[in-house]
Design a protein around this ligand. Sequence first.
Ligand SMILES: *[C@@H]1O[C@H](CO)[C@@H](O)[C@H](O)[C@H]1NC(C)=O
Length: 633
Amino acid sequence: MEIYFISTILAGALILPLALKTCFPYLWTDLQYVGVFLRILFKYVAIRRRRPPFFALDRFLERSAALPDKPFIVFGDEAYTYADADRASNRIANALRSQRGYEAGVSAALFMGNEPGFLFTWLALAKLGSPVALLNYNIRSKSLLHCFNCCKAKVLIAAAELKEAVEDVLPSLMEQGVTVLLWAHRCDTPGIESFSDKVQAASDTALPPSLRSRVTLRSPAVYIYTSGTTGLPKAALVDQNRLLSALAVVSTYGVTSKDVVYVNLPLYHTAGFVVGFLGCIETGSTIVLKRKFSASQFWDDCRKYNVTVVQYIGEVMRYLCCTPKKDNDKDHKVRLAIGNGLRAEVWKEFLNRFGNIQILEFYASTEGNVGFLNYAGKMGAVGRVHFIHKKLFPYILVKYDTERDEPIRDASGLCVEALKGETGLLVSKITDIAPFVGYAENEEQTERKKLRNVLKKGDLYFNTGDLMRIDKDNFIYFQDRVGDTFRWKGENVATTEVSDILSMSDCLQEANVYGVQVPGHEGRVGMAAATLKRDAQFDGSKLHDHVVSYLPSYARPRFIRLQSAVEVTGTFKQMKVKLVEQGFDPEQIQEPLYILDDRVRSYVPLTAEIYRSILSGHVKLSRPVTSALSRKL
Ligand SMILES: *[C@@H]1O[C@H](CO)[C@@H](O)[C@H](O)[C@H]1NC(C)=O
């Protein structure tokens, strides 16, 4: 009897896990998720409880006190320890303090590419209690001024190589009394002061914490620019509280102080700055900083610097998979890749090719109030529905009308929840723990991201602008962005911004801008359906010059289609869906079609031959068209 009893228990103990695994295949994953989620919450609450108040900068100060000699930033052949970075930022801060026009606490704008100086300058400004606007170094003229102005900065600190771009907007800056500092030892342009010489001469003594005593959790820490749905870029206000919650999240990614993290994404974006830079401070790891992403140098860098963790966006992974195969593809120490936008097929190929690397895919946006983390490692998913997460951050997917570009509403005016397996717009309730801070100096755009009357009259949600799908196993997949933006080369392109610029040209009257998919290319390639000004001729080379001087390369429309009129909806929204479907096939489209050719610096007619070369992959749209064609011929 007893033996029977014991053997039943034994059998049960053996069968139980199996039974659980069959009936609840994701039980373990979900429990793990709860663990991680609780860890993030406890961590966040603990940081917020600290007295005196604790900010992201304090984590850096702790690290440099505890691990002064630990390598912090490696950049080419340069290497800086935590103590080096502390001293370098002290020098910058002391130089700034004695600078006319600067005062501790005023906002400053950074206009620099990826280099250690970017990070030191940010640390310096944080030590002085100044919010920092992280300007995209690709932007120029009108966009640059706009971005600078919306954060009310009193100081602009620019890299030497961006001098011309600064000179372009200098008259406006001088009019506003902005102090313009250039990372150079001398500068002859009136209105721009050299800064490197002053930093070199400054002392590296620590800054008194009293300089930042007015900083609170609600103070702006950084402004990060997002190409939202309409118009010029918007400055998302990232406050100190949000940086703390980001620190809590990145502390659970499994990165330790032994890791070497490869940061090759732009530091002016959230991925590079928050996940890359602040993430390394949080974990006390080493950053290998790269000026720009380079697919051909990626793995050599990883081998050279013993990189263990890499950061990605979907495009990066696809570019890596597109490089020629090599025998040493699996010869590296990379164990973890953190990022977002990795499609299932690229994910699979990446692992096949480069070995067993853990992929940590997440979904988050700079200004949004909901995020997901794909702990289960389910290929192609961004995360998983979990009731605890959903309870604290109530989000839903609502049915969306892509033609009218708005959520579908029922007879009583409320949104309709998308069913499992259906694509819907992700919206997330705005609450105290899931706040939406909004955009600096842009009430209208802030308001546009809010959605009311979603499930109940009078409720208020944040509209992510992202279309998602939840499958029957509760995994969440990113599908697309709605209407007014598309992604190309890892950047969001705001179609209305491009359309404004096009209609400022000599020959175009109006332009409807959208992205079209091209086989073999991640994201969407920019295209415009435009009308000519009365009595104007299409001038491809003039239009090229206009586009190049106003738009960063990723935002320049590659294809132009001339129409006699731009189609609009009843509410005067431009119709895009049909145009997107028609694409850029000259055999299908009777109207004149042009393609941007960088080499001849013009928009040239898009012939059937060019079209076929694009489809066959002979012409890569990230390269000049004629050079690719002539290589082929
Ligand atoms: C990388 O690791 C190898 C072996 O552990 C070591 O010999 C080499 O010095 C390391 N390189 C760097 C740049 O740390």
